[in-house]
Design a protein around this ligand. Sequence first.
Ligand SMILES: Nc1ncnc2c1ncn2[C@@H]1O[C@H](COP(=O)(O)OP(=O)(O)OP(=O)(O)O)[C@@H](O)[C@H]1O
Length: 919
Amino acid sequence: MGRKAGEQRARVTTALDHLRQQIGLALGAARNARETAEYELARLQLEQLVVRTGLERAAHDSHITERANEPAMAEVLSWLRSVRSEFYREWADGPNRLREIVAASAPGPAGRPPGDWLGRVGSSSGVSAPQLWRIGSSTVDGSAAGRTPGTELTFDVAVPLLDESHLAITSAPNTRPAVDAIVENLLMRVLSTFEPGAVKIHLWDVGQLTAVLPSFYALTRTSAVTVHDPTRLVDLLDEFAGHIRRIHSYTMQAGYPSLRALRAATGKRAEPWRIAVLYGNGEDLHPEQIRDLKRVASGALDAGISLILVDVPTVLGGSVETISMLDERHALTSMTGSDLVVTLDPPLPSGQVTTAAGRIAEALVAKQGGPRSFADLLPTEYGRESSARELRAPVGFFQGEPVEVVIGDATPHALIGGPSGSGKTNFLYALLGSLTARYSPDELALYLLDFKEGVSFAGLAPGRKDESWLPHARLVGVNVNTDREFGLALLRFLAEELRRRSAAAKEHEVTNLEELREQDPEGHWPRIVAVIDEFQYLFAERDTVTALATSLLEDLARRGRSQGIHLILASQDIAGIDAFWGKPAVFEQCTLRIAMPKARRVLADTNQAAVAAPKWHAVVNHDSGIAHGNQLAHVPDASGKGVFPALQRELWQAYAGHGQPRLFDGAHAPALEDSAAFTSLAPAERPRALVGQSIDVADAAHSVELSAAPGRNLAVLGTSAKEALSILDSATRSLARQYRQGDVEFVLCCLVDRCLPAVRELTDRLVAEGHKAGLVAADDLTEVVTTSAAALAGLETPRILVLYGVDAALPALEHKEPGKQSGLDHLRTLLKQGPGRGLHVLGWWRGVARLKDTLGFAGTDDIGAWAALDVQGNELAPFCAGQVVHWSPRQDRALFFDRTTHSSPEVIIPFHRTEASDE
Ligand SMILES: Nc1ncnc2c1ncn2[C@@H]1O[C@H](COP(=O)(O)OP(=O)(O)OP(=O)(O)O)[C@@H](O)[C@H]1O
């Protein structure tokens, strides 16, 4: 047992020894691995330190020299030296090449010494920008470039800026004046490169209000340099965000990814470059400021905007170069790497900078001129633009630069608001002038409607004083405030045009106007702009006009965009916006907002720009009124005496072949002899009696066809003698034109004494025209109807009875001799059977009840057409198939219904009787 136990123990001890040995080996290996790792870490840290400091300066850097004895140091230095010499071996010609690159990429003031350019006003038109801008130079030891050690090789150092990169500068203690010198140097190079106005500089300093770059003072009085309030960084960022969105949307729409690409393709500068210099103090900005700043930075370069941040600790999106100050004259830059120290150019002599800034400011003021005039809105050559994609025209100026309005895909419709007298009408004229001078009538058609009492647009149609008209105008409607139906007619017309365009688009398998024009180059597809001033009148009452106008307007607002039909709605702000209650679709589609000074609710609720806008300015906003879309513009005087007419005359002469617009003037009834509907009449199978002008986009009249069908008589209802005379006059005279002399007989009878002269005059006129016509005395009416009824069966010549004031004859007509029919019975017979035999009655009853009495129990069928004057709508239902009739009597208007052609009555304008006013 004892021996056995001893052996056992010895085996255990051996096993344990073995285990210990194994553990020892493992621990040793781990220790070694750890030492290797620690060495590697130390080496990498040292390498990082040396790379950051720069190999050249490692020997003098205290952080590095104090670690000189570390075992890894020797290896690190030798490794980095070998890497550098390997790199520089390929770079033997580096300094020369760099010099050439900088010379080519930083031409003129961008790279040349200040003596060559400082004080001269730049001349580049700014279609492209230098890629680099010089800030200093750097020197390397010749050995690095394969030259003799000790020789020094110097090359220029420049940084990218416009279109290329932002710049972040970090100061070191006491280097702030040197940082200012870098910024001033860069900005002066930029300003001196381009013609005045091509660059706009914004300065913001968290710490100071006024003393930012004092040598630029002269420029701060122009649009070239703007100094911002230290507490309002948000305004500056908002403004830039607005520019970025605006520029982005139009460059993208034009098919280019950036402003630079657009410039290169079109050869036009289009927009100024913008540089914002933001001076911080090394402390973090507020989180929301950082968020906004980053957002601006990421989209800025494509919009021609560059940021220069000084001591603003944040990481920006987009490309950013850095300059880190070492001391007053030296810095490291991301362009040259941490290895090379840049010797900064000496500050520009401050006196010379002040002089140069003054000269540039003077040149800019001279170039921008004083306040601009209407003529400045016009292009040198008229009618050169194509509207296939959009309409684009300047409407005013901001700091000498034109401010454009774009009507197209993103902004299909516009809402213009401002209190009375704020310049809405003037703005419309500026816009119309600028558009019509750019686009020919084949590219742009205008439909202009003014609900105001007044004659805003009347001058655009030919008038007595000026025979010219605006060739783009297809329709000019003025004084339409009482004729809301005319607004409706315009909307109907536009809706029909929309349908026509959609159908054409479908046929050509395209979806919008631009494509349609491509596919159908021979077609006539101008963009249509419909301007409705004081449009809220459309919705003035709770009636069918409002209901129809709303649905038509909504449809046009939604679908007009793609078919090139655009609405410009103008109104006194509150009234106009209130009119949109319940119609948000229209309001939302008006993404272009124009707010005149003091306009309320046209822009977004929080956007106060219109409140502060000075007189004769407008806030133009292509972003539905959101603040970042604001563009303030001074609008030149476009409505002053002779201003617009001068342009109109030129355009009228240039586009002589384009017909005149239709003028609808609600304050004037057209004369019958001026109406095309009348003058074009000729003898016809089925004569039509004209009753009045229709309220329509087309110059058309309403008429009653006097066929042989039952009920083809006309009744005029109401006491208003002027309109009654007019309607019967135009009906009779128009019928006379459609018969040859002798083929018809007119029998007139007037029971209203004061109308007798007019009726006599009409009779004489008919006779003078060679027609058979006779005026019967009032007392003879019973006899006339009796004999006519007797003759009806054998009537050979068509006969028209024109009876004025039939109701006055009722007592006499009702007189009945025993066993005989009364005159009234005969009249009823004529009304019932006459049309079938060639006899028609055109009669005037001064009340609806009297007409009913005349017709008796037979019902209303024998009056197939009527025109109501001062009669209430509800009285008319029996004559209108029982439907509810909305009609309140209106001066100079009548409500007309013809059972055979109308589903509901329509408003007409009785023709103006010249004779009546001459009486
Ligand atoms: N930019 C301008 N420069 C000079 N005069 C202007 C300008 N804008 C408007 N006016 C003048 O101011 C007056 C009022 O302008 P306008 O008729 O355009 O205002 P409105 O807003 O249309 O007013 P309302 O709604 O009462 O017609 C006019 O006599 C016009 O000539």
